[in-house]
Ligand binder design. Structure first.
Ligand code: URP
Ligand code: ZN
Ligand code: ZN
Length: 482
């Protein structure tokens, strides 16, 4: 008689800390054992493959509502399909607030839309208007409902918060036991430089990079960390583009602050040069912060190996190149300022990082697992249910062919977006099967999952994001209604 419902046999199990030849036994939706000679009702032969925890993408934009109605092109069905095809089984996406409005209604709408998900999911709640009602009444309810991370933008019209509003969000998070994630770029500096570029007739996509050089990101990162230190509120800096910015996080960590940083595949394989393509083509590569140069990309591996950045998310953003609601929403002659930011990447995240990182010798497979699954699961309160292969964890597993070479092209991506910025990039390492809570949902690129089978991941309190208890002069300003 078989002891397990499913056994994945004979593969190399890669955990955050070890690589071992072992079988993985699954009962129901959970991993029940990692051992030798396990017998299952169903057997999957994983000989020659790596067996890794399903990817956790802790920063991606799916079906995000837009001001004035409608939502991002990427919807839950296509977004989930792309995730599963790429070996990702859980996502943290966003619920956004529009200025002058609350956060409860949009969150309810996001949860309604996510009922079509085929990956497990939770949200970061974006705060764009730190009104009294939102800060003192609604944030506690949102956190209580299991949405335990807030997101703020220090740039972008009309999303950005000034320092006072940012402090109010940090204080609300401290009071409620939530975490805060931050898009760090200096709003005024970008606007000032943009105005000058446009006044000089420099409107093409390539000037996007010119409008926001690295010190604009570095300054905002420094400021976000200092304000978080003032409040004693742990934060994560989103999408760090280069080592110069990561240095700010390094300094904060050395001072004992709870500050973490993520980066994204685009900062390893794209550069400002990509935006300098003929005509409107450069729009395909526009994201913020802007990709830098080859030296910065290479430097990010050192920063990762030094433990300064510990998560690689996709920051997948749903803007097609050809559709009237995508990159060309304001026409192909629109100045760079008016072209929507963001690049797609749900499915390409794992292959690019494995290929650029593991195959090129910058990181080992255990570090790969930490960057794409274990660390995001821990930081966002999903561990030990997600992020590892161990008894008790959800049976979210990707079988990985470390030798398979693939040329990335948009038809492989299975997202709704009509292009990939990685068209033609050759990668080595590819997911050949994805298992989500014990169910095979992708085999050889074919995704078979029912819409609505993704589960909402409610996040309760967890130690990692607890404040340090150190506030200036021992005075905790966050305890006051200000
Ligand atoms: O350019 C980007 N990153 N777009 C997505 C929104 C954001 O800033 O995260
Ligand atoms: Zn951002
Ligand atoms: Zn983003």
């Amino acid at each position: 008689m078989a002891d397990y419902d499913l056994v994945i046999a004979g593969g190399t199990v890669v955990t955050p800390s070890d690589m071992v030849q072992a079988d993985v036994g699954v009962i129901g939706d959970r991993i029940a054992a990692v051992g030798l000679n396990l017998r299952g009702e169903r057997m999957i032969d994983a000989k020659g493959l790596m067996v890794m925890p399903g990817g956790v993408d802790s920063h991606c934009h799916i079906e995000q509502l837009q001001e004035g109605g409608g939502a991002d092109e990427e919807n839950w069905t296509t977004g989930s399909t792309s995730c599963l095809a790429g070996g990702t089984t859980s996502v943290v996406t966003f619920s956004t607030q529009f200025k002058g409005h609350g956060i409860l209604e949009p969150l309810a709408e996001y949860r309604r839309r996510a009922q079509k998900a085929m990956v497990d999911y939770t949200f970061h709640q974006i705060i764009t208007d730190a009104s009294d009602k939102v800060i003192f009444e609604e944030v506690p309810q949102v956190v209580e409902s299991g949405v335990r991370s807030l997101k703020v933008f220090l740039t972008y019209d009309p999303l950005h918060l000034d320092d006072k509003q940012f402090l109010r969000v940090l204080a609300a998070a401290r009071r409620t036991g939530a975490f805060v994630t931050v898009h760090c770029e200096n709003y005024e500096a970008i606007n000032w430089r943009t105005a000058a570029l446009l006044a000089d007739g420099r409107t093409a996509p390539k000037y996007h990079a010119w409008s926001r050089p690295s010190m604009i990101e570095r300054e905002a990162t420094h400021r976000a960390i200092a304000l978080a230190e003032l409040v004693d509120q742990p934060i994560q800096v989103f999408h760090v583009s280069c080592p110069e910015v990561a240095e700010e996080i390094d300094r904060a960590k050395r001072r004992g602050l709870k500050v973490w940083g993520e980066t994204c595949p685009q900062y390893f394989v794209l550069s400002a040069q990509h935006m300098d393509r003929p005509g409107f083509e450069g729009a395909k590569y526009m994201c913020s912060p802007a990709p830098r140069d080859a030296e910065a990309s290479l430097g990010l591996w050192k920063v990762i190996n030094d433990g300064i950045l510990d998560i690689i998310s996709s920051d997948h953003s749903g803007w097609s190149y050809e559709t009237p609601v995508g990159k060309r929403v304001h026409g192909v002659d629109a100045p760079f300022r008016d072209i929507p930011n963001g690049v797609p990447g749900l499915q390409s995240r794992l292959p690019i990082i494995f290929s650029e990182g593991v195959v090129k010798g910058h990181i080992d497979p255990c570090m790969f697992v930490r960057l794409i699954s274990y660390n995001p699961a821990r930081l966002f309160g999903l561990y030990p249910r997600k992020g590892t292969i161990a008894p008790g964890a959800d049976a979210d597993i990707v079988l990985w062919d470390a030798k398979k070479t693939t040329t990335l092209t948009n038809t492989l991506m299975q997202h709704i977006i009509d292009y990939t910025p990685y068209e033609g990039l050759q990668v080595t390492g590819w997911p050949v099967m994805t298992i989500r809570r014990g169910e095979v949902v992708m085999r050889d690129g074919v995704v078979q999952a029912e819409p609505g089978t993704g589960q909402f991941l409610a996040r309760g309190p967890y130690d990692m994001i607890k404040p340090t208890g150190r506030v200036p002069f021992g005075f905790d300003a966050s305890a006051f209604i200000v």
